[in-house]
Design a protein around this ligand. Structure first.
Ligand code: PGA
Length: 252
């Protein structure tokens, strides 16, 4: 069965010292957990020291983004090779903040996905509709497009390194979580999309995680849904007690 995955997306927060303080607490508080994959995604400049600190532990490190080319004249960018070199096993791509603030397209995100998979990095592909798209009944079209384009050209065998994160844009950082029913409906839809694109086996094996105002008080009901395999946590991942409680979710 699919192993739950709980990932903390720290976004643009925390210095090296603050990052190390947080992972120091997480490492000791979460050392007994072996039934959940735990991931933290610090800013680029903290990746190396956090990865060194967590080496040999049960917490893996993720980048929050990457550029699809591995080297060359791309000022200010960081590549899959570099991310791997500093000790990351994962990268997030296609986060709605990147899609909206930096105008990243599905085609560009797909290049990143393929480039990460070529280096055997586990790729967390984020998808999700805006409030306007939901209200115009465009939600399923948008998500189908983001999943299908995002995974264009990805081989069935590379799907073992893909995680899809459903993050409704209206729920990110707003305190408005999708209800467990709303989230489950979209997760089930994403799984059907994976069946159509690949097959039942791949759809059943791929982890689909939820993100958007995940907190200690809503994690249990979210994780109780059959198609929710984990969460991508923003704000609450910056607080060690909250993140530990989320990792220690209880299925109701
Ligand atoms: P949030 O962020 O938990 O602060 O809503 C989630 C995310 O953007 O990944």
């Amino acid at each position: 069965m699919r192993k739950p995955l709980i990932a903390g997306n720290w976004k643009l927060n925390m210095t090296i010292a603050q990052s190390l303080e947080l992972v120091n607490t997480l490492k000791s508080q979460l050392s007994e957990i072996n039934n959940v994959d735990i991931v933290v995604a610090p800013v680029f400049t903290s990746l190396n020291c956090v990865a060194e600190f967590l080496k040999g532990s049960n917490i893996a490190v993720s980048a929050q983004n990457c550029y699809p080319e591995n080297k060359g004249a791309f000022t200010g960018e960081v590549s899959p090779d570099i991310i791997k070199d500093v000790g990351c096993r994962y990268s997030i791509v296609g986060h709605s903040e990147r899609r909206q603030l930096f105008r990243e397209s599905d085609i560009f995100i797909n290049k990143k996905v393929r480039s990460l998979l070529a280096k055997e990095l586990i790729t967390i592909l984020c998808v999700g509709e805006t409030l306007a798209e939901r209200e115009m009944n465009e939600m399923y079209n948008v998500i189908e497009r983001q999943v299908t384009f995002g995974l264009h050209g990805v081989s069935p065998s590379d799907m073992r390194n893909v995680v899809v994160a459903y993050e409704p844009v209206w729920a990110i950082g707003t305190g408005k979580t999708a209800s467990k029913k709303q989230a489950e409906e979209v997760h089930a839809f994403i799984r059907r999309t994976l069946t159509d694109k690949f097959n039942d086996e791949i759809a059943n094996e791929t982890r689909i995680i939820y993100g958007g105002s995940v907190k200690p008080d809503n994690i249990d009901e979210l994780m109780d849904q059959p198609n929710i395999d984990g969460t991508l946590v923003g704000g609450a991942s910056l607080n060690s007690a909250d993140f530990c409680r989320i990792v220690n979710f209880q299925r109701i």
